[in-house]
Design a protein around this ligand. Structure first.
Ligand SMILES: [Zn+2]
Length: 76
């Protein structure tokens, strides 16, 4: 039983690892400072940024994630 639990944890860790493989904390990403902006972008030319009501800022991916931002659906 204990072995099965450990296997499950190992599998989950592996799955999470592959899911976050694209996260590079020091990579530069773009965010919109508008009130309703909740995501970050890999490209400055992303079409979601065209409708940004605020300012477009370049920050590190790690900082964007800390601010609770998630990857934009167009940039995925
Ligand atoms: Zn985007």
């Amino acid at each position: 039983m204990k072995h099965a639990t450990l296997t499950l944890i190992a599998t989950l860790a592996l799955l999470c690892g592959s899911a976050s493989a694209q996260i590079k904390k020091d990579a530069k990403v773009y965010i919109c400072t508008g009130t309703y902006a909740k995501s970050y972008h890999l490209k400055r030319t992303c079409k979601a940024l065209e409708s940004c009501k605020g300012e477009v800022k370049q920050i590190k991916m790690g900082e964007a994630i800390k601010k609770g931002r998630h990857l934009c659906k167009y940039c995925k």
